[in-house]
Design a protein around this ligand. Structure first.
Ligand SMILES: Nc1ncnc2c1ncn2[C@@H]1O[C@H](COP(=O)(O)OP(=O)(O)OP(=O)(O)O)[C@@H](O)[C@H]1O
Ligand SMILES: [Mg+2]
Length: 311
């Protein structure tokens, strides 16, 4: 874990500094991101002004109740969808201003994906699936990097197997290797363990952690699983399209308490020790109106951190 894993940020600081898109420690920076689906009475505000800077070489988890905007935020940060307002910068390039062709190129060059459903091509074997992004872009395979990756994902003896001949965990390891083969500036993982049993899920989590620790990979992972989020350096909690809590590395029990309180279920010991529990207590206090949480998300103050979701 990086040093910052011990930093606890509660999104309740004084007037926050805006994230700096040129900040080289940040790989992804969003400014005032909003996303409205539909229009008129049917309009859904999926994101309501998200400002966040994702630190390079960190594993960041995005959590929140169903419908809170996690997938929307991730898709917009990854250039798979466009915001209604606001900007996204990836590795110093403002992607929200790019034409579709340039955006496709940027996704190819700088972004890796791991999906819950693996998304491997059934007619290709493991090796062909892994190098597919390079095949598509006509980039030669860096043989030593490929071999190192295969060693890490432990697929040496499965490279000629088709996805149907691999277990779920092995298929996801192929997907992890594929996402890393082009050394992306940032890797997005949407519920990467969602379709795996706990042991296979654990293997994939270890793999993600290892890629951060050993070669400084930046990873943004959407997950519902408190244990999965507990391996990350930072946990962002979304509610109703806003970041309502931004925290350093957390124990899974504390993550679970915060999630439950965001879902309106209060932990019995919400008044216990620790930043996360006190947040759960704040969220659960009878007098806490939704507006207070919203106020915290918008940079309201109780002086417990820099406030803006920024590293
Ligand atoms: N294409 C769409 N058209 C209309 N509304 C949408 C669309 N996609 C998402 N939404 C709405 O936007 C809000 C945020 O959705 P999103 O998929 O980002 O949530 P989520 O946090 O990923 O939820 P889950 O945990 O269930 O995957 C939800 O209210 C959802 O119904
Ligand atoms: Mg989702």
């Amino acid at each position: 874990m990086s040093d910052s894993s011990t930093t606890h940020q509660t999104r309740t600081g004084d007037e926050p500094a805006a994230p700096d898109p040129l900040d080289t420690d940040s790989v992804v920076v969003t400014r005032s991101l909003t996303k409205i689906y539909g229009s008129g009475d049917a309009a859904v505000k999926a994101l309501r002004g998200v400002d966040v800077a994702i630190g390079r070489g960190q594993l960041t988890a995005i959590m929140g109740p169903s419908g809170s905007g996690k997938s929307t935020l991730m898709h917009i940060m990854a250039g798979l969808d466009r915001p209604t307002h606001g900007t996204v910068t990836v590795d110093g390039i403002e992607i929200t201003g790019l034409k579709e062709r340039d955006l496709t190129q940027l996704r190819r060059d700088k972004i890796g994906f791991i999906f819950q459903s693996f998304n491997l091509l059934p007619m290709l074997n493991a090796q062909e699936n892994i190098v597919l992004p390079l095949t598509i872009s006509g980039t030669p395979v860096d043989k030593s990097w490929f071999e190192r990756l295969i060693g890490i994902v432990r697929l040496e003896d499965r490279l000629s197997h088709k996805p149907s001949e691999l277990s779920g965990g092995q298929q996801q390891r192929v997907a992890v290797a594929r996402s890393l083969v082009g050394r992306p500036a940032v890797l997005f993982a949407d519920e990467p363990t969602g379709n795996l049993d706990s042991r296979r899920g654990e293997e994939v989590l270890q793999l993600l952690r290892q890629s951060v620790d050993e070669f400084g990979q930046t990873i943004i992972m959407v997950t519902h699983d408190a244990h999965a989020a507990s391996i990350s350096d930072r946990v962002l909690f979304l509610k109703d399209g806003m970041i309502v809590h931004d925290h350093g590395s957390m124990a899974s029990d504390d993550i679970y308490d915060v999630i439950r309180s965001l879902e309106g279920v209060c932990p019995a010991d919400a008044n216990g020790d620790g930043d996360a529990r006190s947040l759960a207590a704040v969220l659960c206090a009878p007098e806490t109106a939704a507006a207070e949480v919203v106020g915290a998300a918008a940079g309201g103050s109780d002086g417990d951190g820099p406030g803006r979701a920024e590293r």
